[in-house]
Design a protein around this ligand. Structure first.
Ligand code: KIV
Length: 258
């Protein structure tokens, strides 16, 4: 097993796992100091490309961004989302997972879903692909508003069963998205592998957020997103200063000219 993956699993019940998204080298250079996992998420579809759904994200988009991210990652585990319609059956999933890993040098891939994709995950694992799972709200198939999962007894039962199946199939960790607090706790306590929460309470083994959300660049009103900084304020200052200096012909001075 990949040493970085072993290290992440060993953190369970010891220290919280830090996971953040990155879509480019500059971001991952900054994140890598603090993160255990850097996720090239297909959230890049909405964050960078303003798509209304992650379904429009292609394999090549993911690979190009992952190649950029790789250049800034030294110590973290790098995971790349397999986009919509790229893992519909075993053959397609293996071919595309291999392509992502070969071209971007990612350590692992992430796929969304439980029972329905277990055979696909087992096939990937048999072929030595490291896989991260994703349960709860599944953006690639979700319709409508972001509500939490685990409201009904049936939904809770299915989510717990999916988490068990994913662990058995060999995933090294599972992202739990928007899962009710007590259910997230139950799943986390029961599994040997770590859970990484997003909108699923403090009970998970680690947390993930979209970096552009937490720095206040991507403006969103999703309940679970806390903005930890107002980066827009600082971009504003830099752009305002540039504009002022250009207009007053202070820039580019001799120092910045040939
Ligand atoms: O696409 C993504 O960025 C994700 C995380 C938010 C978990 O799947």
């Amino acid at each position: 097993m990949n040493l970085k993956i072993k290290k992440i699993i060993s953190k369970k019940n010891k220290s919280k796992i830090i996971c953040l998204t990155s879509y480019t080298k500059n971001y991952s250079e900054i994140l890598d100091k603090y993160t255990d996992i850097i996720l090239v998420g297909d959230s890049l579809g909405s964050v960078l490309y303003s798509f209304d759904t992650t379904k429009k994200v292609t394999l090549n988009m993911m690979i190009e961004h992952a190649k950029s991210v790789r250049q800034g990652v030294k110590k973290s585990l790098m995971v790349v989302d397999m986009p919509y319609n790229t893992y519909r059956n075993k053959t397609e999933a293996l071919k595309n997972a291999k392509k992502i890993i070969k071209e971007s040098k990612a350590d692992a891939i992430k796929v969304e879903g439980g029972k329905k994709i277990i055979k696909i995950i087992e096939h990937l694992r048999k072929n030595k692909i490291n896989v991260m799972g994703h349960l709860g709200i599944l953006p690639q198939s979700h319709k409508g508003k972001f509500k939490y999962k685990g409201k009904t007894i049936l939904e809770r039962k299915n989510l717990l069963s999916d988490a068990r199946l994913l662990q058995k199939s060999g995933v090294f960790s599972i992202v739990l998205e928007c899962i009710e607090t007590n259910l997230a706790k139950k799943i986390t306590n029961e599994l040997r592998i770590p859970t990484i929460g997003i909108g699923s309470s403090v009970n998970c083994d680690g947390q993930v957020l979209v970096t552009d959300d937490l720095i206040g660049l991507n403006l969103t009103s999703i309940k679970f997103v806390k903005s930890f900084y107002d980066i827009r304020k600082h971009i504003n200052i830099a752009i305002k200063n540039f504009s002022k200096d250009v207009k007053s012909k202070k820039y580019p001075s001799k120092k910045f000219s040939y």
